[in-house]
Design a protein around this ligand. Sequence first.
Ligand code: UD1
Length: 419
Amino acid sequence: MESFYIKGGKKLNGEVEVSTSKNALLPILAGSIMCNGTVVLKNCSFYSDVNNMISILNSLGAGTKIENRDLIIQSDLASSYYINEEFTKKVRSSIFMLGPLLSRFKMAKVAYPGGCNIGTRPIDLHIKGLKALNVKIEEKHGYIYCDGRNMKAGIVHLDFPSVGATENLMMASVFLNGTTTIYNAAKEPEIKDLQNFLNAMGAKVYGAGTGTITVFGVDKLTSAEYCAIPDRIVAGTYLIATCMVGGNVKLTNCVAEHNMALILKLKQAGAKIKTSKNNIEIKISKRPKSISKIETQPYPGFPTDLQSQILTLQTISDGTSVIIENLFETRFKIFTELKKMGADISLHDRMAIVNGVEMLSGANVVAPDLRGGVGLVIAGLQADGYTTVNDIYHIDRGYYCLEDDLQKLGAEIKRIKQN
Ligand code: UD1
């Protein structure tokens, strides 16, 4: 078991490059199985979720190799449409494989997905959407059996703009004869990135980034080279970390537009933020002011994946803050760990009320999930004394070289092995 050992109190200064987006790479990796050739993913970031997704591709027969920072996927070798529980319990995004497998093999057998423990995370929207495309689905013995031999292009209306369901349905409809329209689609930048990737292979997908996505069926997808967008959640995490301890940090390889909801909040907290084409620079020297209300929403609203980090920032901000979590019902799990560090938080169902204290105190804490885990790392950077964050395998799912990046910025953090 590995942990992060952090000595708090150092300001963050310097420049760091943001990794390519986990949430863009996962559906792109799933979609690569539809390619009748080779996919090269440039500057791929090997988060543990990405590595697990690569193992899934290998289990289906696809060849993969890493050259420098690029991942090469030989998809034409894939021969299986069956993903067992050993793989799906490690990465929830295995559910994204339903659409691509149906496109490629007209059949899919996928064990129920695992992933971050942040709520019930149903998959009813994926199933309902696929049924609207005439896929026959049976759920039994822990598996989802899909028969897509009579799949038809059509209209899907999502009851909620689910990111994963939108991506799954885009990929399920790529080869369907005619036009498929997805209404109430999610608008996240990762959806647009998936559209760009699919189109780089020869698909005809339009409208991603708006609530309506149209897919015109094509016969095949061919080899392509693609680079996923920068990770807006990693970028956001580093911006919040800087606010937490003060300093002057420049992020390179990032898209400010993808982080506007956060940037506006951090400006309210007193940070000076400058943005240019691929960079964001943040400067803050005083204790941050509390942000009165933060409510998570689908994009372009405030992202749920930055809620734990901004909650952590509020624990040391000057004043009182209310945080409302609208997407995942159990995403306040760091509450008890932050309290161990001296935070003044009360929880009321999906709402947290935080009264900022001047300084947290170092403690031995446990990462409850991916974003909660990184929230605790940020807390440790500010806290008095030493903090140990345990169970960091959660954090490794979505942060690649976190300690290297933070060390580069001046933080005292190291990875240690615990027995
Ligand atoms: C994706 C992101 C995740 C992020 C989330 C919301 C990836 C790999 N993961 O997850 O990091 O936190 O978007 O921005 O991109 N829902 C249903 N039925 C379904 C599907 C979803 O009720 O079939 C509900 C969920 O329980 C949740 C909400 O819809 O309350 C949003 O989920 P969704 O957008 O699907 O998130 P994911 O794709 O799982």
